[in-house]
Design a protein around this ligand. Structure first.
Ligand SMILES: [Zn+2]
Length: 287
């Protein structure tokens, strides 16, 4: 028999704003994960190949560890993988010791699985000063999440940040366009065409100063049949204006040596997309 009082309290829990958010987010994730992840990635790879473009995937280490076969397959493509934390948690809520442990575990897993990495992006693009110091301590070459902060997201140049010891970071930070695909799709419910128009608008802005534009296009969304056209339109435009679309590491290395983009391209376009989960069950384990 159903225990009515516990059912009532569960319903009350779900009625709270947070409860409703979790419930609708879970349903959304279930729908999105109905397409197997390798199919989403294959669709993205086909589009990238058409335009000779590269992609960078910040990947949660615990998720990588759960799916070594998918990771091996992903590593066989000429794109880049970066560290997106050990678990998908908000670092500013953790103590210094807990954050240090998250970094160490993630690095240990990447090394153990022989996944090459040079870059880091914190889950939720959420950093404390300690997080920024840990990126320095572990000698990452670049960070792809600090640039989402409102102070930086509108910029179009690589930058360094000042750490607590007043020294500038040796790693490069990159502004991250505020229009992520989850904002475009989940919050604004835009069509592929409208999404592409917004992203292109921001590429045009970066082009005016021969700068860089970095997007966060999660494979779980942009790899869907319904949205892949957005990536296609974005890359068609990039191709038309001779933009350079390399991995983040290639862009950072080239810029640090030459202070211009490869082939004297008028703009550098960086496609990144976090992989938090490979399956719906990864997502459930997380929440
Ligand atoms: Zn993430």
């Amino acid at each position: 028999m159903v225990d009515i009082s516990s059912l009532m309290s569960w319903t009350r829990h779900l009625r709270t704003r947070r409860g409703i958010q979790i419930f609708s987010h879970t349903t959304k994730m279930f729908r999105l994960h109905m397409t197997p992840f390798f199919q989403l990635l294959q669709r993205i790879f086909n589009t990238l190949d058409e335009f000779d473009s590269k992609f960078t995937f910040p990947l949660v280490a615990k998720t990588a560890q759960t799916h070594p076969d998918v990771v091996r397959w992903l590593c066989s493509f000429p794109h880049e993988i970066a560290i997106h934390g050990y678990k998908h948690v908000r670092y500013p809520f953790l103590t210094a010791q807990q954050q240090a442990l998250e970094f160490e575990r993630a690095i240990q897993i990447f090394k153990g699985m022989k996944i090459p990495f040079k870059g880091f992006r914190a889950p939720y693009n959420a950093y404390s000063e300690i997080t920024m110091e840990l990126v320095e301590k572990h000698k990452f070459n670049w960070d792809g999440g600090i640039g989402f902060h409102p102070n930086y997201r509108h910029g179009n140049n690589f930058f360094k940040i000042q750490l607590r010891n007043k020294r500038m970071s040796s790693y490069t930070c990159i502004p991250l366009c505020e229009w992520s695909d989850d904002r475009l799709i989940d919050s604004h419910r835009l069509s592929s065409e409208k999404m592409a128009n917004i992203l292109i608008h921001h590429m045009k802005k970066a082009r005016q100063i021969r700068g860089v534009i970095m997007y966060d296009l999660h494979p779980i969304r942009i790899g869907q049949k319904k949205y892949i056209q957005c990536l296609n339109s974005l890359l068609s435009y990039a191709n038309k204006i001779d933009a350079w679309v390399p991995t983040v590491s290639d862009a950072v290395d080239y810029w640090s040596k030459n202070h211009q983009w490869k082939g004297d391209a008028p703009v550098c376009c960086l496609l990144t997309g976090d992989i938090d989960n490979f399956t719906f069950f990864d997502f459930i384990r997380r929440i």
